[in-house]
Design a protein around this ligand. Structure first.
Ligand code: MCA
Ligand code: AMP
Length: 478
């Protein structure tokens, strides 16, 4: 196996080495003309780390981060890792109740937020860390490869959220794997318009950029016109997006801008073959689809050189081993292992027992087959998950909110196909009294982030269930 993938190392170890190789190289920029060179990033992250130290945080402490992409956020994040903090990224769309739940689980010492009012139980700072004391000099870059860098919470089917602890070694292996596979070099310029609280934007976009010593143009949000302007004005070479972003680009007058890129990558949800074709027709860009997971960073990718086959996710990335394990009904589940894969969830032996095989492989919960040429095709999910616009919605979490409403006797949710979102959430409700969709929508709005809220409502007489009481989701027809 490639030494960089297996030997571990830490993210700051790789990043500071890249900065030292070329201190004058731009690493981060924004559309308003700000540029941060490698030397400036080294200095500004050292100063920010000094603020964490001055605030009394110690290496190993957790810091929750939930903010729109910005240079300040990147600096706060990189500084946290350099100081040895464990970052807990949280979706900015979460309601105060959802954030409070994660604060309870993760017990962070500090929250870094655009809007400090979103968290009340612990000290908060904005991404410029202005609320923290003046910096003190502190030790940096002392973490070991097997120390945890990130804890990302996923929900799933078992009530309490599960924390996926990603070590420096896991994340660095993931970054090197895509660097190698996609021929990423220090000359590349990525347009980064993904959120920085998920693996796609953070673990692929940002970590890949910093590990390679390349640069990223940080956009606060995805907008087709701005992405196109960024590609043209900055001669960008790379763009990474979820299928919804390609759908929006394809439906806009800006698709042609992708022509200027060296590589456009899609992931987080299936890229429909007709969308792949529409992007190719309108921009000449044959989007490279890849497959990954929070717990594993990236797993497979279509080839950089050679055929990028629509409807498939290609071949295992460097360092990743993949096998197809037979399941009931003649289907096969994708199981993986490699230096990129977490060793277990945080304090959740129940979740570990479900997610890992006896010989230590990770069960992805995704069903797949290899086609005649070995390309992996994802054919379905063994897990209960709806993916909307690249965001995960766990049916059980939404159902628990619906069932808690006093006028709901029972409820179930399912994903309905959507050309824009991939899937949208549809609720099937058994009323227990007078109830209308507006009431329920308001109830959900107080408790669930917008992307988790049902977009459509169906009233039914009974939720179809198995003898064990499990919702028979395939019998719900959206
Ligand atoms: C926003 N809305 C959504 C979503 N996003 N509804 C369903 N699904 C969504 N994903 C809501 C908004 O709150 C709003 O609701 C309405 O839809 C329209 O919002 P709009 O302004 O059009 O949306 P947007 O803010 O432009 O967001 C669309 C987006 C965003 C840019 C596609 O969803 C996004 O950034 N998605 C990327 C997610 C991502 O990075 N996933 C990676 C996970 P209302 O009308 O009620 O106000 S990591 C992963 O999956 C693995 C590791 C992997 O393989 O990558
Ligand atoms: P997350 O838990 O947010 O990391 O989401 C990971 C899940 O996203 C995977 O288990 C897959 O179900 C899905 N996923 C990621 N990339 C792809 C892809 N290219 N095609 C189909 N599903 C994908």
């Amino acid at each position: 196996m490639n030494r960089e993938l297996a030997s571990g190392g830490t993210l700051p170890g790789a990043w500071t080495a890249a900065w030292a190789r070329d201190p004058g190289r731009p690493t981060l920029s924004t559309m308003d003309g700000a540029t941060v060179t490698a030397a400036e990033l080294a200095e500004r992250t050292a100063t920010a780390a000094g603020r964490y130290a001055a605030a009394g945080l110690a290496p190993g402490d957790r810091v929750l981060m939930s903010a729109a992409p910005s240079v300040d956020l990147v600096i706060a994040y990189v500084a946290a890792l350099r100081y040895g903090l464990v970052v807990v990224p949280v979706n900015t769309a979460y309601t105060p109740a959802e954030v409070a739940n994660l604060v309870g689980e993760a017990a962070p010492r500090l929250a870094v937020l655009d809007d400090p009012a979103r968290v009340s139980a612990i000290p908060c700072a904005t991404p410029d860390l202005a609320q923290l004391p003046a910096p003190v000099t502190t030790q940096l870059d002392t973490r070991r490869p097997n120390d945890v860098a990130l804890v990302i919470y996923t929900s799933g089917t078992t009530g309490r959220p599960k924390g996926a602890p990603l070590t420096h070694a896991n994340l660095l292996a993931g970054a090197h794997a895509v660097r190698i596979a996609w021929h990423w070099t220090a000359e590349d310029r990525l347009v980064l318009s993904l959120p920085l609280f998920h693996m796609h934007g953070l673990g692929v976009g940002l970590h890949g950029t910093l590990t390679t010593g390349a640069s990223a143009l940080i956009l606060p949000r995805f907008e087709p016109a701005v992405v196109a302007q960024a590609i043209r004005e900055r001669q960008a070479t790379l763009f990474f997006g979820v299928p919804t972003m390609y759908h929006r680009l394809a439906g806009s007058p800006h698709l042609d801008a992708l022509r200027g890129l060296r590589l456009a990558v899609s992931g987080s949800a299936p890229l429909p073959a007709d969308l792949h074709a529409a992007v190719a027709d309108g921009s000449g860009q044959r989007v490279l689809e890849r497959y990954g997971m929070t717990e594993t960073v990236m797993l497979t990718s279509n080839p950089y050189e050679g055929e990028r086959r629509p409807g498939t996710v290609g071949f295992p990335l460097p360092g990743v081993s993949l096998r197809l394990a037979p399941r009931e009904g003649g289907v096969t589940e994708i199981e993986v292992t490699g230096p990129n894969v977490i060793k277990g969830y945080l304090d959740r032996p129940d979740a570990d027992a479900a997610a890992f095989t006896g010989d230590g492989w990770f069960r992805t919960g995704d069903l797949g087959v290899r086609d005649g040429d070995g390309y992996l095709r994802i054919t379905g999910r063994a897990k209960e998950l709806i993916i909307s616009g690249g965001y995960n919605v766990y049916p059980r979490e939404v159902e628990e909110v619906l069932r808690a409403h006093p006028a709901v006797a029972d409820a179930a949710v399912a994903g309905a196909p959507s050309p824009e979102w991939g899937e949208t959430v549809v609720a099937f409700v058994v009323p227990a009294g007078d109830l209308d969709a507006d009431d329920l929508a308001r109830w959900c709005a107080q408790r669930l982030a917008p992307y988790k809220r049902p977009r459509e409502w169906r009233w039914i007489d009974a939720v179809p269930r198995s003898a064990m009481g499990k919702v028979l989701r395939h019998e719900l027809t959206p």
